[in-house]
Design a protein around this ligand. Sequence first.
Ligand SMILES: Nc1ncnc2c1ncn2[C@@H]1O[C@H](COP(=O)(O)OP(=O)(O)OP(=O)(O)O)[C@@H](O)[C@H]1O
Ligand SMILES: CC(=O)N[C@H]1[C@@H]2OC[C@@H](O2)[C@@H](O)[C@@H]1O[C@H](C)C(=O)O
Length: 347
Amino acid sequence: MSGTSADGVDAALVQTDGEASITVIGGLTVPYEEDLRHRLLEASQHDMPTSDMLRLEKELTQVHADAVAQLIKQHPAEGKRAEVVGFHGHTIRHIPDECLTCQIGNPWQLAHSTGLKVVSDFRRNDIAGGGQGAPLAAMFHRALFDTYDKPLVVLNLGGVANVTWLGEDGALIAGDTGPGCGLLDEWAQEMADLPHDSDGILAGAGRVNEPLVAEALSAPFFARPLPKAADRYDFDHVDVSTLTVEDGAATLCAVTVRAVAGAVARLPKKPKTLWVTGGGVKHPVIMSMLAEHFAEVHRVEDRKLSSETLEAECFAWLAVRRMRQLPITVPETTGCSEPLSGGAITL
Ligand SMILES: Nc1ncnc2c1ncn2[C@@H]1O[C@H](COP(=O)(O)OP(=O)(O)OP(=O)(O)O)[C@@H](O)[C@H]1O
Ligand SMILES: CC(=O)N[C@H]1[C@@H]2OC[C@@H](O2)[C@@H](O)[C@@H]1O[C@H](C)C(=O)O
C-alpha cells in the first residue's frame, strides 16, 4: 500500500481466508527516497508527460517489490507459503463524480519480481458499478472489530481521513470525512521546511482560528452524507495563509477533527468508542481535539493492531477476497449499486 501521504510503501504478511480469520505475521515500511516522493506528489497534483509517468510507475513498483522481498526475508517460513500480493498502487487521481480514478503501479512487473500472483486495480470496478471507489477498508474494519462493543467508529487519519461506522448486527456505513494530515503536511513543508508536524510541535503552540475553520467546512463536500470519497487535493480551498505557522497548524487540525465529528454526528447512532489508525495517531493535538468530541478515543494499538500497517493488511485481505470472488464493497461503504467484487488478477 502506498498511501496519499506518499511517505513510503507499507507492507504486511497476513494469513487470512478473506473473512474472519486474520493473522498478521509481520509488517514493515520502506520509505520513499526524497526525489521519488517529490515526483509522486507532483504527479498527484499536475498532469505529467506520459514517459515520465511510466518511469515513475516503474520505480514505484520496484519499491513495492523490494518491500515484499524484505518482508519474506524477515519471515522466511511463512513467506515461502505466500500465495498472492494485494497491490493497491499509488492514487494519483480520484474524481468519483466523473467516474474516474487512477492508481499507478505495474502488476506484471511486481508479479515477475516476486514470482507471486498479484491483485491490483481494486477501485475501478466499484466506480464502474456506481460507487465512489473508496474507502475500501470498511469491510476489513468490520472483520477486525467484529467482537468489539458497538456502535463504534474506526477512523483512519492518513493524507485523507475516512471512517467506518459499525452498528449492532453487522450494520456498517463508511466514507471519507475530509482532510486527514495532508493539509497539515503541506503547511509544515511550506512554512517550516518540515516533512510533517512531527509530534504536533507546530499545532501544539498555536491557537485555532474559528472563522477560518467555519469557512473551510462550508464547502459542499462536508454537507454530503456518507458514503462519499475525496481526492487528496480536494481540500485546497482551505486557506490559513493569513495565520502564523503555529496558528495555521492548529486551525488545520481543527478542520480535520470537526469534519470527522460532523460526519459521525449524522450517523444512525453515536459510537461508544472511536478507534483511530493511520499516521495521525501520532499527532497529539489531533488526538486531544478528538477527545473533546468523542467519549472514548483509542489508538488501534490499544488492541494490539498496527496503525502503520493496517491499510497494507487490508489490501492483503482484499486480495484474498478477490481470489475467492467475494465482494469488497457494498452500497453502504461506497454507494455502489450492489455488492461488488474488485481487483484485477495478474497470474
Ligand atoms: N510523529 C508524528 N507526528 C505527527 N504526525 C505524524 C507523525 N508520524 C506520522 N504522522 C502523520 O501521518 C502521516 C502519514 O500517515 P499514513 O501513513 O497513515 O498516511 P497514508 O496511508 O499515506 O494516507 P492515506 O490513508 O490517505 O492513504 C504523515 O504524513 C504525517 O502527517
Ligand atoms: C482514492 C484513494 O486512494 N483513497 C484513499 C485515501 O486515503 C484515505 C482515504 O482517502 C480512503 O478513502 C482511501 O484509502 C483507504 C485505504 C481505503 O480505501 O479505505
